[in-house]
Design a protein around this ligand. Structure first.
Ligand code: ADQ
Length: 464
């Protein structure tokens, strides 16, 4: 069997249950049983560039990491990755900042990481690269002579051609993607947007799931990411989960709760959600004093100004709504900027009658799946889900909303709060079927089968 090398910006920590962020959560789940090498950034920023590898064992896994210099961190991570690619790939061209020096830093870091990894690569390894931080990684490894199969999985959406072309070096980026053997996307829509770019912008051709361009061929498919549904369902009944559930239900004293759990990020549609909750309270007097919103939003990317602005905006909105509607014994919005252990999170989901997942654009959204998995099958809560989350393509039995439509979201909250038990159970059963069948194990296995079959077909990007 081949050994697996996973490459991602952040590595581990294994078993850090409280770490928010879909990629870390998913990779810990995907790797903890399979072993291999997990390679990326230490999380430390140092004064001078130093690409010495740090190796650490974690059960069957070896964690291999390198530091970033302060300049590289700024240009690669805060700069090109989070100020250019993140907003652009979430269709937010208005927020994109482009700077040649940042792109140079991004290229430099991709090249330095590829060089640091190369000595660890063995004859039968499969290399699986993750997300928008490392779009140039295969190109760099190929330049160094690596001929092993290399796959990429994009955790975020792939943007429409018309938006992607606003990035000055779009062609260079897409060309670099053709040095991978497999490109994985969250949904067929994302994959098709990639194909559309290849066909219309750079004159490539598409045959089945293969794109041909720049004298290279790459296989591009959707591999919707999942959660460890069984374990997550059991979390809710662990000591921690039960404790969280019991104390939350105690505190609610028969009242009901809507929950939102998101990294504090402008893609997650949080101001729109707060507006919709306010509208729901305006429209439905019967829910005032009876239904509250618990919004858990741990801060992320705090060096980027849009994230600081969003935090202030939400504090202002929560204060305004609470000032307007609170009673001495009821607070409409409880807004917490902190992380929870996964068991505790499961308890909070289970204690909540509605799960509100309303991003403006999201690759998949694991919270939607976790919320459903944590429910009590005999008395499940209702998932309200944005049509613009990748998860909406699979979770069609959620109450689907347009997050730009404040009134529509307010109405959907009311629908969810008043849904009869039979309908709640029916939707839960259908949602759980999809979440359990297309779980994290299925995602890992189907991706790795595709990646290892590259080798059996006898062609890798290295033999271009
Ligand atoms: P994210 O944008 O981080 O992930 P999401 O998929 O919802 O979004 O994952 C967030 C994860 O962090 C969930 O597992 C959640 O439980 C956890 N989390 C959030 N807040 C937390 C808190 N306060 N305490 C503890 N844990 C918390 C990116 C993409 C998504 C894609 C994933 C995986 O943006 O679209 O689904 O990667 O591919």
């Amino acid at each position: 069997m081949s050994r697996l090398i996973v490459v991602s910006n952040r590595v581990g920590p294994i078993g850090d249950a409280a770490r928010a962020g879909g990629l870390a959560v998913a990779l810990v789940e995907a790797l903890k049983s399979s072993g291999g090498i997990w390679f990326g950034w230490t999380g430390d920023v140092i004064e001078e560039a130093d690409t010495r590898l740090k190796l650490e064992s974690a059960g069957p896994l070896t964690l291999a990491t390198i530091d970033l210099s302060a300049d590289d961190f700024d240009a690669y991570y805060n700069g090109f990755a989070n100020r250019s690619l993140w907003p652009l790939f979430h269709f937010r061209t208005g927020l994109v900042q482009y700077d040649r020096d940042n792109f140079a830093g991004y290229s430099r870091v991709n090249a330095a990481f590829a060089k640091a990894l190369l000595p660890l690569v063995q004859q039968d390894d499969l290399i699986w690269v993750h997300d928008y931080h490392f779009l140039l990684f295969a190109e760099e490894l190929r330049k160094l002579g690596c001929t092993r199969p290399i796959g990429h999985f994009l955790h975020i959406p792939f943007p429409p051609r018309e938006l992607l072309t606003t990035l000055p070096n779009h062609e260079e980026l897409v060309k670099a993607l053709f040095a991978f053997d497999i490109l994985g996307f969250q949904t067929e829509h994302d994959r098709d947007r990639f194909f559309d770019y290849v066909r219309m912008e750079v004159g490539g051709s598409i045959l089945g799931d293969k794109a041909r361009c720049f004298n290279r061929t790459v296989t591009a498919r959707a591999f919707p990411i999942g959660i460890d549904a069984g374990t997550f369902a059991n979390f809710a009944s662990t000591d921690d989960g039960q404790k969280q559930f019991a104390s939350m239900r105690d505190m609610l004293r028969g009242r009901r709760q809507i929950i939102g759990v998101d990294r504090l990020d402008y893609t997650k549609g949080l101001p729109e959600r707060f507006n919709a909750f306010e509208r729901m309270l305006e429209d439905h007097e019967e829910h005032r004093g009876e239904v509250s919103l618990l919004q858990v939003a741990p801060p992320s990317r705090t060096d980027v100004s849009e994230y600081q602005d969003l935090r202030l905006e939400l504090e202002g909105m929560a204060g305004h709504i609470n000032g307007r509607f609170a009673e001495f014994n009821w607070t409409p919005i409880r807004y917490l900027n902190r992380s929870f252990a996964r068991q505790a999170l499961a308890g909070l989901y289970r204690a909540s009658h509605v799960g509100l997942v309303t991003p403006l654009r999201d690759g998949m959204n694991l919270v939607a799946k976790e919320y459903v998995a944590a429910q009590d099958p005999e008395d499940p809560g209702v998932l309200v889900l944005s049509r613009f989350a990748g998860a909406a393509k699979q979770l069609t039995d959620a109450v689907i909303v347009n997050p730009y439509d404040v009134q529509g979201m307010a109405d959907a909250m009311n629908v969810a709060l008043t849904m009869p038990l039979d309908e709640r159970k029916d939707r839960y059963t259908k949602l759980m079927k999809v979440i359990s069948e297309e779980d994290i194990g299925h995602w890992r296995t189907s991706y790795l089968e595709a990646l290892s079959s590259v080798e059996h077909a006898g062609v890798t990007g290295g033999s271009l």
